[in-house]
Design a protein around this ligand. Structure first.
Ligand code: GDP
Ligand code: MG
Length: 440
């Protein structure tokens, strides 16, 4: 697996301080191969690796895992983020009927997925649904949907032989309005390849129906071609989401990343079989796990990070018990904030930290975290332990040494003050235990 391969590359780096650019680039070559093996499209893999690389460089190496494992975790997290950890629900809260239009290549699974989604909305949300097939190209395509309607006990629009797609769409819309349906699902004709006549037809239907959702249905086995498919469709109609079918047959999952990258739209469902209940919400973690084939690495790295935070927190607690909070502590707090995703993540994470957070925000936000670290780096060990020592002359020296200004040094001292006060408050409230659990 990828983590084994990276383990070999990185074993010699154990115990080093932070991931260097060269280390990360070595690892990312392996990551790129893993992505391509998982069938992620080449340009997508390239962009992705670039982003993950930027993120990994400079991160502290955790003690109890290998740097390789840590890189895998960073890649995993970036993958999950890119695949979209966000909500993937359909937007149906409009004046009924809400309209969902399915588009995609022939054989991708549009008709099956139309019935699957209808069944799900009916079963879980009690929606009244009408399905209509606009596929006049494939023989018996309309009958196929009618049969699925019977199986799922969902209404289908009566078939009028010879009627053209735009007219069927109009008729469906009218029927849905008149008969009080909540949702109208339009199943369109497939395309074997990019065929402008069919694309125009699809656009005309979209203009008439004005759907809330236009879902691109893609066979996850499409592999490298998925990118072209996605680009073609998303150039022609405003997609709102993607459904990946045949996820049951795809052990690799790479198409998901390609689709997301090219369309910029969330993957709303995954088809996992031919049966009509084989439709799942999309799980980015599972797909990221498949792509990287990395087993337990993620939880291993998470545990290691927790252990270190726990150790930090315990050390802090011991100091607090003695009423101490010096610049070294502030520095490790700043580093932790950066690890946890900057200032935004700090809000609400520690009780009594609002003041310190405001001070930091006023001081210039996340960029300031780095400058503060440089200022503390320019202090002598004595000054770090006893910030009161910093008189005007020493402040000038620290400012010069760190490429900052005396005003900035003053802001740092103010921030330290705020944090010590907060720490003392926590101590008074006897809340160290509570704080520790929040840090963990
Ligand atoms: P359309 O041409 O896009 O409408 O595709 P269909 O809905 O007719 O599906 C084509 C074939 O793919 C059918 O045999 C379906 O049963 C099958 N199919 C659709 N979705 C899935 C899926 O998620 N997994 C599997 N294994 N088969 C699927
Ligand atoms: Mg079909």
């Amino acid at each position: 697996s990828l983590s084994d391969r990276l383990g070999g590359v990185f074993d010699r780096l154990r115990g080093r301080g932070a991931l260097t650019e060269a280390d990360v680039r070595t690892a990312m070559r392996e990551v790129r191969v893993a992505l391509l093996e998982a069938d992620v499209a080449l340009p997508v893999a390239r962009d992705f690796v670039e982003r993950a690389t930027e993120r990994a460089i400079g991160q502290d190496v955790l003690r109890s895992v290998t740097p390789g494992q840590q890189v895998v975790k960073i890649v995993h997290d970036t993958l999950v983020e890119t695949l979209g950890a966000d909500e993937s629900a359909l937007t149906l809260d409009v004046t009924p009927p809400a309209i969902v239009m399915m588009v995609g290549l022939q054989g991708s699974g549009k008709t099956t997925t139309t019935a699957k989604i209808a069944k799900r909305l009916k079963g879980r949300e009690g929606k009244k649904i009408l399905m209509a097939s606009l596929d006049v190209n494939r023989p018996a395509a309309q009958e196929q949907l009618a049969t699925l309607g019977v199986q799922t006990e969902v209404a289908t629009l009566p078939i009028v032989p010879g009627q053209q797609p735009v007219d069927i769409a109009r008729r469906a819309l009218q029927a849905a309005k008149l008969q009080g349906f909540d949702v109208l699902m339009l199943d369109t004709a497939g395309r074997l390849h990019v065929d402008q006549a069919l694309m125009d037809e699809m656009k005309a239907v979209a203009e008439v129906a004005r759907p809330q959702e236009i879902l691109l249905v893609v066979d996850s086995l499409t592999g490298q071609d998925a990118v072209n498919v996605a680009r073609n469709f998303s150039d022609q109609v405003p997609l709102t989401g993607v459904v990946l079918t045949r996820m049951d047959g795809d052990a690799r999952g790479g198409a998901a990343l390609s689709m997301r990258a090219v369309t910029g739209k969330p993957i709303k469902f995954a088809g996992t079989g031919e049966k009509l209940d084989a439709l799942e919400a999309f799980h980015p973690e599972r797909v990221a796990g498949r792509i990287l084939g990395m087993g337990d690495v993620v939880s291993l790295v998470e545990r290691a990070a927790e252990t270190i935070q726990q150790e930090d927190a315990e050390r802090m607690a011991a100091k607090l018990a003695k009423g101490q909070f010096d610049m070294n502590d502030l520095r490790s707090q700043l580093a932790q904030m950066r690890r946890m995703g900057g200032l935004g993540a700090l809000a609400g994470m520690m009780p009594g930290m609002k003041g310190a957070q405001n001070a930091l925000q006023q001081a210039g936000g996340d960029k300031m975290l780095i400058r503060m670290d440089a200022m503390i780096g320019s202090m002598t060990p004595k000054e770090r332990a006893k910030p009161e020592l910093l008189n005007a002359k020493r402040k000038i020296r620290v400012a010069k040494g760190s490429g900052t200004t005396v005003q900035e040094v003053n802001k740092l001292l103010k921030m330290h003050q705020e944090m010590s006060t907060a720490m003392k408050k926590i101590k008074k409230m006897g809340g160290v235990k509570g704080m520790l659990s929040m840090l963990g």
